[in-house]
Design a protein around this ligand. Structure first.
Ligand code: HSE
Length: 431
């Protein structure tokens, strides 16, 4: 059988890794795919660098669109990133009847619904295993392995950069800035690291996981997103003393009223599985009604782990090249005409437990006043610790589960009490 012809857009960290894996494992990959997978053309900015890596057998161009329109190419692999040019290349690839493999979570979070609709119309595949959690086959698990289940929730550490930063801040006590610089040096961070540290990258990935879990359109714009930039070292330490670790989690959960879709720093029990995911590793927990809780763990970034996912998609697409579109696995796990319009819940309606930290004057009645406000908002206190802080005191509360809207109301009242000396810190707690 003739080889499957690949046009590769981008030869950066992931593109270079993909080339490497396709070369080093060519025989194993062909045994699995049933035919050779051959990169015939690559689009890059720096042709000299590409020539040094690829040798003479691959056509190198600086014009991605020219590769997209090459009739000799079966699959376009988009590894450039960004959302606008990438959207044009992907939509044109689809219009040309080519299948697409992409690692671009920002593209799919923003334009996924348009891209999947176009691909459905044209009868081509769009595969994106590398877009979520790097080398972990979480898309495969959710699209295929868990199809018997009603998924109840998905929670995960899906950004390696922030997990690396939080691990370093907790384990070595280093500052946020120092840990971020290390993460960038190690190549974990996005080109724009604000995507990592502000939780945007995790929300891109979470919005794809929510679609796969619940059969809803991709709704990144409705995600609640908080990053780790304002997280204080002292909260990491207080959390530790209370038996918790702070992680940036992506959480999506089906409630009777709608779907929670949120990314934020979260206190989780220090002995839980996710709390022990260190460095740039990722982990995703998926809870299905039949299977119960399942765990997926591995490298969430880096050249070879991400290339592992890209090449797995190439093998999948190669195996199904001649299959009728209706025999292929649907893009978002559910059939295109069976997507649901279940609403995404506003954050005010989300239920969570909370960690609160207040700096207050250390005098009689302070605790009683705060407790009264919490009680009148029907927020139940689970535990509390107090520590001296110079002339003042720091009080840390852990609450039982409450509605976010109730917490917001109580916090604005607490904040205006005359003895409260700094902004109240609020972090969510998950068991
Ligand atoms: N910047 C991402 C991360 C890379 O830190 O997880 C993989 O998407």
């Amino acid at each position: 059988m003739s080889s499957v012809k690949i046009g590769l857009l981008g030869l950066g960290v992931v593109g270079g890794g993909t080339w490497d894996v396709l070369q080093r494992n060519a025989t194993e990959i062909a045994r699995r795919a049933g035919r050779d997978i051959e990169v015939v053309a690559v689009a890059v900015r720096d042709t000299a660098k590409a020539r040094a890596l690829l040798g003479d057998s691959v056509r190198i161009s600086t014009d991605a669109m020219e590769i997209v329109r090459d009739p000799n190419i079966d699959i376009v692999v988009e590894l450039v990133g960004g959302t606008e040019l990438a959207r044009e290349w992907v939509l044109e690839s689809i219009a040309q009847g080519k299948h697409v493999v992409t690692a671009n979570k920002a593209l799919l979070a923003k334009h996924g619904n348009e891209i999947f609709a176009a691909a459905h119309e044209r009868g081509v595949m769009v595969a994106f295993e590398a877009a979520v959690a790097g080398g972990i086959p979480i898309i495969k698990a959710m699209r295929e392995g868990l199809t018997a289940n009603r998924i109840q929730w998905v929670a995960g550490i899906i950004n390696g950069t922030t997990n690396y930063i939080l691990s370093e801040m907790r384990n070595r006590g280093v500052s946020f800035a120092e840990a971020l610089a290390d993460a960038q040096r190690l190549g974990y961070a996005e080109a724009d690291p604000t995507f990592d540290i502000e939780g945007i990258d995790a929300a891109h990935k979470l919005s794809l996981l929510a679609s796969l879990a619940f059969g809803i359109p991709v709704q990144f714009s409705k995600a609640h997103i908080e990053g780790i930039t304002s997280l204080a070292q002292e909260d990491i330490q207080h959390a530790q003393r209370l038996g918790y670790t702070v992680k940036l989690l992506g959480i999506t959960r089906a409630r009777p009223e709608g779907i929670e879709l949120r990314v934020h720093p979260t206190l989780i029990p220090a002995d839980s599985m996710l709390a022990n995911v260190q460095g740039a590793m990722n982990a995703v927990l998926v809870h299905g009604d039949a299977v119960g809780q399942t765990v997926y763990y591995g490298a969430g970034a880096g050249a070879l782990p991400t290339a592992s996912a890209v090449v797995a998609d190439l093998v999948d697409v190669a195996r199904l090249l001649n299959a009728a579109p209706e025999q292929r696995v649907p893009y978002l796990a559910f059939q295109h005409d069976a997507m649901a319009d279940t609403p995404i819940l506003p954050m005010e309606e989300v239920q969570s437990a909370y960690y609160l930290r207040l700096r207050v004057d250390d005098r009689p009645g302070v605790l009683a006043d705060v407790a009264r406000i919490l009680a009148s908002a029907e927020i139940s206190i689970g535990s509390m610790i107090q520590e001296p802080a110079g002339d003042h005191a720091d009080i840390m509360f852990l609450t039982h589960e409450a509605r976010e809207g109730a917490i917001n109301g109580a916090l604005s009242q607490i904040q205006s009490l005359p003895f409260v000396r700094s902004a109240v810190t609020r972090l969510r707690v998950e068991a």
